[in-house]
Design a protein around this ligand. Structure first.
Ligand code: DGT
Ligand code: CA
Ligand code: CA
Ligand code: ZN
Length: 573
């Protein structure tokens, strides 16, 4: 149900892992890994390509092209299935633990016979891992963290995966005759960073055709409940979808109720009670006579409660009701307000697309400026040099204004080292238009050290943006343990913006940290951190996260005009 590219990327990545843990050729594993990334980041849907088109994808040769074709025709890749069978099921369960990885999972199985998460927890508590090569006290701590993260995430999925599915379902159902309205509600409409299940609403007099259509979708694996008002299914990926069909005249009430959050709904119902009214998913009623007052639109319901319409991204009971009653809701930033992207990569480092393609796609999004920020040399894997950077700058300058007049900024993503140092000295940094600086390693330093490190990066006069500030990966890696109030204070003091990294696996800063940072008077930059042209549209998730943090466009430097932005980036000039 996701793009075929994403499905194949996941399968080939799994294949690479399987090769690695079954003692296969590391070079071969690596080549599958590279192909997986290239396919995931390829702008064209692979299901529309012929054999020749497939082989034009970087890192894809005949053997991989054949596997893609096999997947597109049969829905599976037989060699991947075979390799799976050769691994004990328990080890596959262990491989899924963030921060463990396939190799260590196999060591645990072979050396200690551990083949489940419960057995692993026992072994950690009995300190049986300590004698294993490559395992120590720190590993135990990391594993406990990883298991906790996995259990906390439970079966929740990332925002973009839920959104892709929901948008397909809404498109399908909207085509059915008698559909007077169709949208997604619940946590997805509120754009939470992870989604438990998808809630779809339809307005129609007759529910039967919609329920039948949901059950008949190609990716419906199981019908959990079937009714006249509500049907629930599970997709082949294990994701639950609840469909509710509402009478058209109670659309607004249903939408308001099923958008939630529950905490927000409790507040709106309390207000109704105080006004002598009763609010339910069917409408707003007079408590005494039972007469229906209104139910057709959300706007009317909020208005009758004495409130302006409240954007779904604010409906978390974080003060939005009080602010609404006072008429002080923030004028939230929207994706249209974004004038450019300030953190992006190309194939000069670990991006997948050439500079020209990234720029052409950015221009097609209507940006008026765009920053190219490839990695600097301290991430040694990327083999960056001053010469390469300067050569790229020439190419960037040559492309400036060449696409719809879009202005280009030449920048870099610096690495914040263990002491807060960055890759290059000030005289070299001074010639960049923008420097983003981010932590990419040494996550386990002390709180004191991590805080000092980030503060020092803020104090670097050439650093204008701190990239993915907590470094968390949702469901995979916790954020670093720094004193972020001290970091936010340093950002405000030094005029350094905090990134809201829009990649759905990061969303970093997240909503609660944004709210905290804003109280310190910090500015923000919402960036895609795109490593391929297909990542540029992630901007929408970053903007939604900014909304959940109550940000207006004034708070966000990449909604500003280029002149104002440049003043922020180089206050002296
Ligand atoms: P999720 O699915 O865990 O990501 O989160 P939601 O917010 O989508 O929750 P879900 O799917 O259980 O329910 C959808 C909405 O329905 C929820 O946001 C508010 C409404 N709702 C569900 N149960 C209750 C309830 O017991 N009381 C009230 N007031 N509203 C509820
Ligand atoms: Ca839900
Ligand atoms: Ca639900
Ligand atoms: Zn980056």
């Amino acid at each position: 149900m996701a793009r075929a590219n994403d499905e194949i990327e996941a399968l080939l990545q799994e294949y690479a892992d399987l090769i690695a843990i079954t003692g296969g050729d590391a070079f071969r594993a690596r080549s599958y890994e590279k192909a997986a990334r290239a396919i995931g980041g390829h702008p064209t849907d692979v299901s529309t390509l012929d054999a020749k088109g497939l082989r034009e994808i970087p890192n894809v040769g005949k053997s991989i092209a054949d596997k893609i074709t096999e997947y597109l025709t049969s829905g599976q890749i037989s060699v991947v299935e075979e390799r799976r069978q050769s691994i004990p099921a328990g080890v596959r369960e262990l491989m899924a633990i963030p921060m463990l990885g396939p190799k260590k999972a196999l060591v645990l199985y072979e050396e200690l016979g551990i083949s489940s998460v419960d057995q692993l927890l026992d072994a950690i508590h009995e300190e049986r891992l300590r004698d294993l090569k490559g395992f120590g006290e720190k590993t135990e701590e990391n594993l406990l963290h990883g298991i906790a993260l996995m259990q906390k995430a439970g079966s929740r999925i990332l925002l973009n995966a839920a959104m892709d599915s929901a948008e397909q379902i809404v498109a399908e159902l909207s085509r059915i005759k008698g559909c007077e309205g169709c949208t997604y509600a619940g946590s997805l409409r509120r754009m939470r960073e992870t989604i438990g299940d998808i809630d779809i609403l339809v307005a129609a007099d007759d529910s039967a055709p919609f329920m039948a259509a949901l059950e008949a979708l190609p990716y419906t694996a199981e019908v959990i409940a079937h009714g006249r008002k509500k049907t629930s299914i599970r997709t082949t990926k294990g994701l639950q979808v609840d469909l509710r069909v509402l009478p058209p005249d109670s659309w607004g009430a249903g939408l308001q109720y099923f958008t939630g959050s529950t905490a927000h709904n409790i507040r709106t119902r309390e207000i109704a009670v105080r006004l002598g009214l009763k609010l339910s998913e069917y409408g707003l009623f007079d408590a005494e006579s039972g007469e229906r007052i209104t139910s057709a639109t959300e706007e009317e319901i909020y208005e009758r409660l004495g409130l302006p319409w409240i954007p779904p991204t604010l409906r978390e009971d974080r003060g939005e009701i009080a602010a609404g009653l006072r008429g002080e809701l923030p004028d939230l930033v929207t994706e249209d307000d974004i004038r450019g992207d300030l953190h992006t990569h190309t194939d000069l480092t670990d991006g997948l697309a050439p500079l020209e393609e990234m720029i052409a796609q950015a221009a097609a999004r209507g940006y008026s400026y765009y920053a190219v920020t490839d990695h600097a040399p301290d991430l040694a894997m990327q083999r960056m040099t001053k010469e390469k950077m300067l050569a790229q700058r020439e190419r960037v300058r040559a492309l400036d204004r060449k696409h719809r007049g879009m202005r280009l900024l030449h920048g870099t993503e610096l690495n914040i080292g263990p002491e807060g140092e960055v890759d290059w000295p000030g005289d070299f940094l001074a010639d960049f238009d923008i420097c983003v600086a981010s932590v990419h390693s040494h996550f386990n330093q002390s709180r004191h050290a991590l805080t000092g490190r980030l503060v020092r990066a803020c104090e670097n006069p050439y650093v204008s943006v701190i990239g993915h500030p907590t470094t968390r990966k949702i469901g995979k890696r916790p954020g670093i343990d720094a004193d972020f109030d001290a970091v936010f204070e340093a950002c405000a003091r030094t005029g350094t913006a905090l990134e809201i990294n829009a990649h759905p696996e990061r969303l970093d800063l997240g909503d609660e940290d944004i709210l905290r940072a804003k109280r310190h008077g910090v500015k923000f930059a919402v960036n895609s951190d795109a490593h391929s042209t297909t990542h540029l549209p992630y901007m929408r998730y970053g903007v939604a996260t900014a909304q959940r943090g109550w940000l207006t466009k004034d708070d966000i430097i990449n909604t500003w005009t280029l002149t104002k932005l440049k003043r922020f980036l180089r206050p002296g000039n």
